[in-house]
Design a protein around this ligand. Structure first.
Ligand code: C2O
Length: 536
């Protein structure tokens, strides 16, 4: 095992997309930022130097951070932000993980431009559970706003209404040919006929789940969220913000150029419109020629495609070698996730109220001292440990909703004993608008044991849970007007954020944290903070 050292200079960079320029916050001047490479077992040291006027923090999304919560990154949860002119070394070891993850800024809306791939290779000499691809390519999907994203969200918070959507999606930083700017560049993927490529797909977008497809080519899914799955073929990949998916694609044509497209899930049926990001796949020899012979993907029904994709995900386990899913449950939790309202007398729009989001009717209020510091140093008054295990009001979650949509504000955590087991059912509510929520849990992988539409039924639904080969993830979609059930073991001491990975919903309060106590063994406690941990 090695030590890998990286330097992240957070700097402004004037960047041109969609025929207009603006200064953006970047790592090392790049959009998307640099890809980090490491092997399972390596120690990674990233020195982040803040040279911009904003507070900054970086999260290594999906890295388990066993006992090293100080390096996890969410601002005011595990650390105070790195202030302008300051720096901080994120120091962590990659234990028991290999595959594709991502890193991104975890404060305000800086993630829109501050993100990149994180590739963890298997230990030396350990092969993939599928034939070694000819080449591997990191493909980062994201969004582009012509205006400043901090201004977009600040404007929305002032008015109490929903923020604007992005002007385009991007593939490796480029919106591509479908946008309204004819000179806009696009990402080009060069292939040799007969060879197989592995694409490491990453959705770093702020607010939209995406479909990804390549005209004329099937994709074989082999991994999600850095865990292997039973390979299956699909035309279309569904990928939510924070999720990663490895696919194999065989260049089974002789020549030509094919359109690669990433389009929002909300655009049903799947089509190519002017917010769709496009790239091109080129057979060797066609890279320089003009792209007039592009084959476009055919439109399809979005919900049907999404359900089919999600239901195809299975881990490599089997009846003979079942997944290590907790069977005895210590904490059985039921969380509603959805939108609500809060009074807002200063809001000009919205009739004196603002849109908020909540879990079990609690709209999370960000503290001004990091929760992990408050926990470790016993600072009182920063959070309370009364996050409710169940909704306070039971109603028809996917029906018309209760008359009172007001949520409660609070900085509440749910406490778990070290090594206890958790089953968490997350139920989307139809309150205000039924919306899909890709929920991300820091510090753990979890097993997705069940999923359904309508209201969760605690009597009958668990009978159908998959405890044999459920996919293991760090981010899971709670379906619109439906529910998802996950299980995990609380074997990582610290404070772990859980939130919707649609940044607008996080901003509105769809977030909470789990506090996991120290265990008794010598390797079961949170390590002490590094000496350069940023001060609040
Ligand atoms: Cu990728 Cu808390 O986020």
């Amino acid at each position: 095992c090695r030590v890998r050292r990286y330097k992240f200079d957070v700097v402004m960079k004037n960047t041109t997309r969609l025929c207009s320029s603006k200064p953006i916050v970047t790592v090392n001047g790049r959009f998307p930022g640099p890809t980090l490479y490491a092997r399972e077992g390596d120690t990674v040291l990233v020195r982040v130097v803040n040279k911009v006027k904003y507070n900054v923090s970086i999260h290594w999304h999906g890295v388990r951070q066993l006992r090293t919560g100080w390096a996890d990154g969410p601002a005011y949860i595990t650390q105070c932000p790195i202030q302008p002119g300051q720096n901080y070394v994120y120091n962590f070891t990659i234990t028991g993980q290999r595959g594709t993850l991502l890193w991104h800024a975890h404060i305000l809306w800086l993630r829109s431009t501050v993100h990149g791939g994180f590739v963890i290779l298997p230990k030396r000499g350990v092969p993939y559970p599928f034939p070694t691809p000819h080449k591997e390519v990191v493909v980062v999907l994201a969004e582009w706003w012509k205006s400043d994203t901090e201004a977009v969200i600040n404007e929305a918070l002032k008015s109490g209404l929903a923020p604007n959507v992005s002007d385009a999606h991007t593939i490796n930083g480029q919106p591509g040919a479908v946008s309204n700017c004819p000179s806009q560049g696009r990402f080009k993927l060069a292939v040799d006929s007969g060879k197989t490529y592995m694409l490491r797909l990453i959705n770093a977008a702020l607010n939209e789940e995406l479909f990804f497809k390549i005209a004329g080519h099937q994709l074989t899914v082999v991994e999600v969220d850095a865990t292997y799955v039973k390979p299956f073929k699909t035309d279309t990949v569904l990928i939510a913000p924070g999720q990663t998916t490895n696919v194999l694609v065989t260049a089974n044509k002789n020549t030509g150029q094919y359109l690669v497209a990433a389009s929002p899930f909300m655009d049903a049926p799947i089509a190519v419109d002017n917010r769709t990001a496009t790239a091109t796949l080129h057979y060797s020899g066609t890279l320089g020629s003009s792209a007039t012979t592009l084959t476009k993907p055919t439109p399809q029904n979005a919900t049907a495609v999404a359900n089919k994709f999600i239901n195809s995900l299975r881990s490599l386990n089997s009846q003979k070698y079942p997944a290590n899913v907790p069977s005895k449950i210590d904490h059985s939790l039921f969380f509603t996730v959805g939108l609500g309202v809060n009074p807002c007398p200063t809001c000009k729009a919205g009739n004196g109220s603002r849109v908020v989001a909540s879990i079990n009717n609690v709209t999370f209020v960000m503290p001004t001292t990091a929760l992990l510091q408050a926990h470790f140093f016993n600072i009182s008054g920063v959070f309370t440990t009364d996050f409710p295990a169940n909704p306070r009001h039971v109603f028809n979650y996917t029906g018309s909703g209760p008359a009172n949509l007001q949520t409660t504000n609070g900085t509440k955590v749910y406490r778990l004993k070290y090594n206890s087991t958790v089953q968490l059912v997350m139920q989307d509510t139809g309150t205000i608008a039924p919306e899909n929520h890709p929920v991300h849990l820091h510090g753990f992988n979890f097993f997705v044991v069940g999923r359904g539409l309508g209201n969760y039924n605690p009597k009958t639904d668990p009978q159908n849970f998959n405890l044999v080969d459920p996919p293991e993830r760090n981010t899971v979609g709670v379906p619109t007007g439906g529910w998802t059930a996950i299980r995990f073991r609380a074997d990582n001491p610290g404070v772990w954020f859980m939130h919707c990975h649609l940044e607008v919903h996080t901003t509105w309060g769809l977030k909470m944290a789990f506090l996991v106590d120290n265990g008794k063994g010598p390797d079961e406690s949170l390590l002490p903070p590094p000496s350069d941990l940023p001060k609040c």
